[in-house]
Design a protein around this ligand. Structure first.
Ligand SMILES: [Zn+2]
Length: 322
């Protein structure tokens, strides 16, 4: 597959659009805020796509991939999105095809729409930390937990394209409420937001002095403060990562028992912490996965494509769709 495509990652607050070539190199980018209304969202996405087409000199159009934060069915309709309640039921493919065809008569190419975490997983599988790996699990620790599963060399899709919603595996049925309406989902304990909650509890108990100093108050503590403290060598931040790493590993070991991956790729802002986060996860994983001493080691590594992964993967999926 050659040429370039535009990949768009629609988040709860921001839309990131990238022009990407077939080697996964980013050629140009645009960012806009995410409108709350569905039609306005389609208008905004079509707008940045056309801007990127114009920025890529000589391009009359081309393939477009879009990652959406929710359940996207095979026809490109967003069925459920806890963080974008105003756009549920939106025909993203149809709405974009109409707008792009109007903007570039005869020039617009394929439009593919997929779950945002699936797109990020495609980027890591095709051009990142899981390149060349036929069985991998890609986990993004952000506001929630996003997942993509590569099995036998292909993205695992499921009957409705809803596979990989790993953040909503229930870890504790009596646990705190989740954005999905359930209770005790894995992402309540092991997302970037959950790290912030663990750190606030530690700060209130007097066990996170450096983290507290960075945040200004216990209520203002976020996961990024723990990352900064840990990178500066703070022992209390490392202790918070020990606990957080246990919860991350608990979900990973369930997934490994189910899917037998060679590699687990972890993405999201917290992964900037590096080994101070990854080592506790590896230790706890090897203590909980079935038969750890009797199976090849599952490599647990940081993602390589960072915050651009969703948009890059959306573009690569669009390129491979023609
Ligand atoms: Zn949930």
């Amino acid at each position: 597959v050659t040429g370039s495509a535009v990949g768009v990652d629609v988040g709860g607050t921001k839309v990131l659009a990238l022009a990407v070539d077939s080697g996964a190199t980013v050629l140009a980018e645009r960012r806009v805020e995410t409108p709350a209304d569905g039609e306005e969202l389609l208008e905004a996405v079509a707008g940045v796509v056309v801007e990127l087409w114009e920025a890529a000199s000589g391009s009359a159009g081309g393939a477009v991939g879009v990652g959406m934060p929710g359940l996207v069915d095979p026809t490109g309709v967003l069925r459920f999105a806890p963080n974008l309640p105003g756009v549920v039921g939106l025909d993203v493919v149809g709405g974009l095809q109409r707008r792009l065809a109007a903007a570039r008569p005869g020039g617009s190419g394929a439009v593919v729409v997929d779950n945002d975490a699936t797109c990020a997983g495609a980027a890591e599988h095709l051009a990142g930390a899981a390149r060349g790996v036929s069985d991998a699990i890609l986990v993004t620790l952000g506001t929630g937990i996003g997942g993509a599963i590569v099995s036998g060399g292909s993205l695992l899709r499921g009957a409705n394209h809803f596979a990989g919603e790993i953040g909503h595996m229930v870890i504790d049925p009596s646990g705190p409420a989740c954005a999905c309406g359930g209770r005790g989902c894995w992402e309540v304990f092991a997302s970037g937001s959950a790290l912030g909650r663990l750190a606030r509890e530690a700060a209130e108990a007097g066990r996170a002095e450096d983290v507290l100093a960075r945040a200004g108050s216990a209520a203002a503590v976020r996961g990024e403060h723990v990352v900064e403290s840990a990178l500066a060598g703070d022992e209390q931040a490392a202790s918070i990562f020990e606990l957080f790493g246990y919860w991350v590993a608990l979900g990973l070991s369930n997934l490994a028992n189910l899917l037998d991956p060679a590699v687990v790729v972890l993405g999201g802002g917290v992964v900037r912490a590096g080994d101070v986060l990854l080592e506790p996860i590896r230790r706890a994983f090897n203590a909980t996965v079935e038969g750890a001493a009797h199976r090849p080691e599952v490599r647990i590594v940081a993602a390589e494509r960072g915050a651009d992964a969703g948009a890059i993967g959306a573009a690569l999926l669009a390129l491979s769709a023609g």
